[in-house]
Design a protein around this ligand. Sequence first.
Ligand code: ARG
Length: 250
Amino acid sequence: MKKLVSIMVTMVMMTVMLTGCGGSSSDSVIKFGTNAEFPPFEYVTAAGVLGEFDGIDMAIAKEIGVQTGMEVTMENMEFDSLLIAIENGQIDAAIAGMTIDPERAESVDFSHPYYTATQVMIVDQNSDIKTAADMADKKIVVIQGYTGELCVQDLGYDYEAFKKGTEAILELNNGKCDVVVLDSATAKKYVKDNPNLKIVEDPSAFEAEEYGIAVKKGNTELLNKINTVIDKMLADGTISELGAKYSENE
Ligand code: ARG
């Protein structure tokens, strides 16, 4: 009995040592974080490309793993929490249709841009909103912490912020608001699922935005690896193929 206990203690110690001195294990894993509430870039599904996660970003993250030979994990969290999670080391990188903006770039480093989008207005088919200025006296909904919120703030209009795109669309469908301001590709996806809605664009009010992958400030080793894969996927057309695939099928 004594012997058995000591074998077990030894085994436990070995396990602790194996995982404890694991520079090796953390070096070969990229811990990604996302907010899987943003089709066609990331959403939860029964069988996705990365476990329960699917979308353009998830396919890119998977390919980063393949090309670098590193294991990839994906953690789903609130969009608002992603930058903090990078800063405190909970995740190595955020891939979340995240717009590269100067304010965010003060706390994290961004990869090369891999997708261009713009804010659009989602309204009822019968809405009379034709430009951003038409929102002045309307009930506006945005998603908390998204660049769309900043745009509406800049325009100086009042708004209500929801946590998820789906909640905002529900509010619109229930007639409780007049317009949802959201990224173009995600807006298209929602409008496709809700034929009573339409998209209104106003390029003079909403500038183009570029999505990038965020890493901890100064983590050039990981950033270089990510950039190499992004550059390749842009050059060989993989990213535009993914864009087409996920916009059509989902
Ligand atoms: N592009 C917008 C931003 O950076 C929205 C991104 C939302 N992404 C998400 N995975 N929920 O603020």
